[in-house]
Design a protein around this ligand. Structure first.
Ligand code: GLN
Length: 501
């Protein structure tokens, strides 16, 4: 058992304490709420907090634990947070507010929106016994790499509050790094789980496309979006992923394949594994401290007995352009539903067209409007073949290259982000510079593969992430590699200065 304060401990540690009845779920919930109370406003990590419901649910969990029930619930009594892009049921059957939490997707256009149903993620986590604390801040509709596009203000990185926590799931990465929740969900369309995990020194995993249901996740780019966990250890990540994963008939892209016991896959052994290092991922403009930490991480895995081979993914440099056609195209279609009639904010104009225009004009932020314009342009009759169809062809090329390389190696090792956390405001004036943050993560979404980011040290006093990319539906191997690395590398107890009571 580690010496970390209760709020900074791992799920595995506190589960053991719960089992031995040395701590109660109420105490865990109060420890998180105390951190939220102390730092939440400054870090701006939460958009909604459900204190009373969380404490009441914790008491229910404590009764179950006292009576020896709930052995089959892997997260019984563990407090967590949902990115505010997952809907939470907040209306009763009569359509009246039932005390549940609102959902905003970080946008003004959904201000005050209350969902009549729960997301699959919330349902599964509730069934597993977890305690929902609240909803975390995020970039508007998950568009961003720094959490500066939230209509509710930027999130501050607990490692250095003048820097960004990564995006778009920056509230979730911050909550987990700062001891405000034992785990949190994120969504990753081009890097939004792995990149903020890298910038906050947490673990973040994007599953294979189709592994986790997207039901109840506010859609950004439907062919790329996936839900996944943020945690403080790889073992915790395995447990949460095991809860989130599984077939859901309500999501037509959810794949009906068995979910392995991910925790059992953590053998601590990487001997016999062939791990590829794609040359193209050490991109120009990458910070030298990041490269050094990632290369040292790769060397550690080699010392552990993995065979390291250099590989090539020549189409990598086309990833960014491909993504910024496909993602905005899908976003422009998905966001057509926000018309001032069905959801959230309405400008209240008498003439319908005026109402559409003003609702969308007032309700969406600048980055969302930029994406809608890019996407609408790429899908327009005259440019569809030149941009959208071409991007889909390159997408296939990128996927085929990954598939070919991954028949030869078991997984790939790469940086997660080319930089450590940067200053708030440093890249907001230059969207292209901002888009480059995801150069190492978004090809993985384009190919639909799983990827995990695990801390591999500090550069300039800020966390660096090592990315492990796997074959489709082989999350077990990337978890195994990340877990073996985590134990050997000695960064498992890295916590930001806001941690520790
Ligand atoms: N930063 C990328 C974007 O803005 C990826 C975001 C995400 O993964 N949700 O599109």
């Amino acid at each position: 058992m580690s010496e970390l304060p209760l709020a900074d401990s791992t799920i595995s540690d506190v589960r053991e304490l719960l089992r031995r009845r040395e701590v109660s779920s109420r105490e865990l919930t109060e420890a998180c709420l105390a951190r939220i109370e102390r730092d939440g406003e400054r870090l701006n990590s939460f958009l909604a907090i459900g204190t009373e419901r969380a404490l009441a649910t914790a008491d229910v969990a404590d009764r179950a634990l006292a009576e020896g029930r709930g052995a089959e619930q892997p997260l019984l009594g563990i407090p967590y947070a949902l990115k505010d892009i997952f809907v939470t049921r907040a209306l009763d059957d009569a359509g009246q507010p039932d005390g549940g939490l609102p959902t905003t997707a970080g946008s003004r256009i959904l201000a005050g929106y209350r969902s009549p149903y729960a997301s699959d993620a919330e349902e599964r986590l509730t069934a597993a016994g977890a305690i929902l604390l609240g909803k975390t801040n995020c970039d508007e509709f998950a568009m961003g790499s720094s959490n500066e596009n939230s209509a509710y203000g930027p999130v501050h990185n607990p490692w250095d509050e003048s820097t960004v926590p990564g995006g778009s799931s920056g509230g979730s990465s911050t909550a987990v790094a700062a001891g405000q929740a034992y785990f949190a969900t994120g969504t990753d369309t081009g890097g939004s789980i792995r990149q903020p995990a890298s910038l906050t020194g947490t673990i973040g995993l994007k599953p294979t496309y189709g592994r986790v249901s997207r039901y109840g996740m506010v859609a950004f780019a439907s062919s790329l979006d996936q839900c996944g966990p943020f945690t403080r250890s790889v073992r915790d990540c395995a447990v949460v992923l095991g809860t989130l994963a599984g077939h859901d008939p309500r999501d037509s892209t959810s794949v009906d394949v068995p979910v392995p016991d991910y925790a059992a896959a953590l053998t601590g052994e990487v001997r016999g594994l062939r791990l590829g290092v794609p040359r193209e991922y050490f991109v120009a403009g990458m910070e030298s401290g990041v490269e050094a930490a990632v290369r040292a991480g790769i060397a550690t895995l080699e010392q552990l007995g993995a065979e390291i081979v250099e590989v090539s993914l020549p189409s990598t440099e086309m990833g960014l352009a491909t993504y910024y056609i496909i993602a905005p195209a899908e976003a422009s279609a998905n966001l057509a539903r926000y018309d001032g009639v069905k959801y959230g904010y309405s400008a209240g104009e008498d003439v319908l067209l005026d109402n559409y225009l003003r609702t969308r004009g007032d309700g969406f932020g600048a980055e969302v409007k930029r994406r809608i314009m890019l996407g609408t342009y790429a899908l327009s009759a005259g440019y569809y073949d030149a941009y959208y169809v071409k991007a889909q062809q390159v997408r296939t090329l990128i996927k085929d290259e990954f598939d070919a390389v991954l028949t030869d190696v078991d997984a790939l090792l790469a940086p997660t982000s080319p930089s450590v956390a940067f200053k708030i405001g440093a890249k907001t004036e230059d969207p292209l510079l901002m888009y480059l943050n995801d150069a190492c993560t978004l090809p993985v979404n384009i190919a639909g593969l799983p990827g995990i980011s695990v801390p591999c040290g500090l550069a300039d006093g800020l966390p660096v992430g090592l990315q492990v990319i796997g074959r489709a539906f082989d999350e077990a191997t990337i978890l195994r590699v990340a877990d073996a690395y985590e134990h050997a590398a000695g960064f498992a107890e890295l916590r930001p200065p806001t941690a520790h009571d």
